[in-house]
Every structure is written in C-alpha cells, then in structure tokens.
Design a protein around this ligand. Structure first.
Ligand SMILES: *Cc1c(COP(=O)(O)O)cnc(C)c1O
Length: 379
C-alpha cells in the first residue's frame, strides 16, 4: 500500500536527539529550540518566533494574546481543521464562519466585509494547502475596521505571498510541525509574533504565567508568577528532530514541489477533458507543495475513486467536514451569508499521497491508478 503520508526524516535527526540527551537538557528552551526559532526568524524575516507544543497551541496563544471580551466575534472559514475554531473558543470568542473561494479553497476575501458586526474583533485566515489567502485585501479590511489578523499557516511553512513568508503578514502566524506537515517534530508548532508589543506577554503565557524569560535576560531579579499562563514549551528532543529538517528545508521543499509538479503535469489532460479540477496557485503565491488534491465531479464519484485507489494499493483521503455543519460548529458559531462553495467544493476534494521522498515509482502507480479510473469512467 502506498501510504498517504510519511513523516519527514533526515539522517542527522537521531544524532541531534542524542546530543540533546547527552547535554542533559531535554525540557523546553534548550539549544535546539533556540536554533529552530532563530533559523525561522532569519529565514522568514519574522520579528519573533516561539516554538510551541502544537499548531493548535500556537493558535491558542494567538487567540489568548488578542484578549477577546465576552460577546466578541472572530471571522473564519468553515472549511478548516477544528483547531482553528477551538482556539478561538478558548480565547473567549464567538465563531462567525464565512464561505471559501472555489479556486484555492481559501476564505473568500470578498465575503468578509458582509460578515463584520460591531462585535467583530479578528479575522482568522487559513492558508489551505500552503497557498496564501488574498492577504492585501484582507489586511486592508482589517485596517479599516481595526481587526486583528491571525494566520493559520499550519500548512504554510516555506510558502509566501508577494515575497512575504506566510505567518509574517498578520498580527500572529501559527505553524504546525505535526507529523503530517512538511516539517515535523512529531507534535509541535510555532507562533510568529509580528508586533513586538506582544513578545513579553507571549513568553509569560507560554511559561506557566511566570516571568522566566525576563529573568533569564537579567531584566528582572525575581523569578515569579506574574499573570495567567499555560505550558506551551515543547521538549528540546523534539526540537532536535525538527532542526535536522530545517537544515535541509530547501531540499525538502524542492523534493515536494517536484512531486507536486509531476502530479499536475500528469493530470492536466484529465482537466482539459473536463473530468477533474486541479489546484490553482495564484500568481502572487509561492507554495510549498503541502498537498496535492483533485476535485471530482461530486461526492459519489469521489467515494468511488477512493475505493478504486484502495484496491490498487493507493491510500487517498478526504478531509474537513465543514465546521458549521459539525455538532460543535452549530453550538459555538453561525455561518454568515450563503454557503455557496464550502460544502459543495469540500465534498469533491480528494488528497493524493504526498510526502518528502515519495518515490517516482510509487508516484507513477498513483498516477496510473487515477488515470485508469477515469479511462474506465469514460469508456
Ligand atoms: C494541522 C493543522 C492545525 C493543527 O496543528 P497541530 O500541530 O496538529 O495541532 C491547525 N490548522 C490547520 C489548517 C492544520 O492543517
């Protein structure tokens, strides 16, 4: 069976983990944690990057830093992972779901303004498949209404919009290093803080409410409990695993892009024949090949395709039942405007195997299986 995902691994990973163990420093904020955050700050031109225990807790931190008041609303797409929504609930906000664009599956920037009320405090954008949302328009709306912008860039590490790294455009950016993402530490993530006024509060929040960060910098002489906090610091062993991949970040990115481009070239004839739709990458976006997906005619055809691929030894999957139609989505939120594309488009989407070092032979088997499904369909 060709698996849908394999976690990224590079050989030095195990050596770095051993180094962390040998240094007798395996809790958070050790050598490798520092190396990873510094690398990201430099590479992505980010004001401040803090590693977290997951992409979800990076989002939790961003929402808590926004200090929502009771009744405040955040606007987010319905087509996303539950973390985008649960973090906003933890932050005390109500959810207002909006529709997506059918081409990129990202939040439809032209439908955001109609969803704004006098309670709206933030817009959460999700850069689906590592392809950027239309950020100029979104930042302009946020500026005019005085809203915060949180980028769920869990899938967008190494992607950019008009040359800017995803995660560095809004007030906060959130990365995931889960094993299903392009770069991984098992479970982990990072928050990118783009306004220095949040730096200290973020450190306190991440360090169980203490001023440990200030204390270590010698800025205060007492290490004490100063505010509400939680524990969002990942282990340095996990950071060591991530560090090995950041050292090979371009190689991993190029490998994935090569697979993505092979898929895209192979399926172009199916699109030309009107049988499927392929992902759209707008000109201003550089993507990271996080995902390769096809859009079938409808949900029935998708079910048949996934079953057919399974019989051919290929694991293909779909995801994201729109949040507004999920039990918790109904409880915590409402959909603003019309669900023109969210449900319809999500039901047609199928994701194909995509990971670092997907072999060309395996990929050929995936491609041939998809092509033979559509040949049979036509014949
Ligand atoms: C993976 C993902 C998350 C959650 O990241 P974890 O590290 O698994 O907590 C959040 N949002 C999106 C869009 C994701 O793809």
């Amino acid at each position: 069976m060709i698996s849908f995902n394999q976690p990224p691994y590079v050989e030095e990973g195990i050596d770095f983990i051993k180094q962390a163990i040998d240094a007798h420093k395996i809790c958070g904020d050790g050598l490798f944690t520092k190396k990873c955050s510094k690398w990201m700050e430099e590479r992505f031109k980010a004001q401040k990057v803090l590693l977290t225990t997951s992409g979800t807790t990076a989002l939790d931190m961003a929402m808590l830093l926004c200090e929502f008041q009771s009744g405040d609303e955040v606007i987010l797409p319905s087509y996303t992972f539950s973390s985008t929504a649960t973090s906003a609930i933890l932050g005390g906000a109500k959810l207002v779901f909006t529709d997506i664009r059918p081409d990129t599956m990202n939040i439809d920037e032209t439908k955001i303004e109609a969803a704004i009320t006098d309670k709206t405090k933030a817009i959460v954008v999700v850069h689906y498949a590592g392809v950027a949302c239309e950020m100029d328009t979104i930042m302009d709306i946020a500026g005019r209404y005085g809203l915060k912008v949180i980028e769920d860039a869990a899938q967008g590490v190494m992607s950019s919009y008009k040359g800017k790294a995803l995660g560095t455009i809004g007030d906060f950016g959130c990365y995931s290093f889960h094993e299903t993402k392009n770069y991984s530490m098992g479970e982990g993530g990072a928050i990118l803080i783009n306004n220095p006024k949040y730096n200290m509060r973020a450190e306190i929040l991440r360090e169980k409410g203490t001023n440990r960060a200030e204390f270590l910098l010698g800025q205060v002489d007492k290490y004490t409990w100063v505010d509400f906090g939680d524990s969002y610091l990942p282990s340095d062993m996990n950071a060591a695993y991530l560090w090995s991949q950041l050292l090979h970040a371009d190689e991993i990115n190029q490998d994935r892009l090569a697979s993505w481009n092979r898929y895209n070239k192979a399926f172009l004839p199916l699109e030309k024949a009107g049988l499927v739709e392929l992902p759209v990458i707008p000109d201003e976006c550089e993507h990271n090949a996080h995902m390769y997906y096809l859009k079938c005619k409808d949900i029935d055809e998708r079910t048949k395709l996934i079953k057919f691929l399974k019989e051919k030894g290929v694991a293909a999957v779909f995801h994201y039942v729109p949040l507004h139609s999920a039990p918790a989505g109904k409880k915590f939120g409402r959909f603003a405007g019309e669900d023109e594309f969210t449900t319809k488009e999500s039901e047609r989407l199928v994701r194909l195997p995509m990971y670092y070092r997907l072999s060309e032979d395996d990929q050929k088997q995936v491609i041939e299986s998809v092509l033979s499904f559509y040949n049979k369909l036509e014949g």
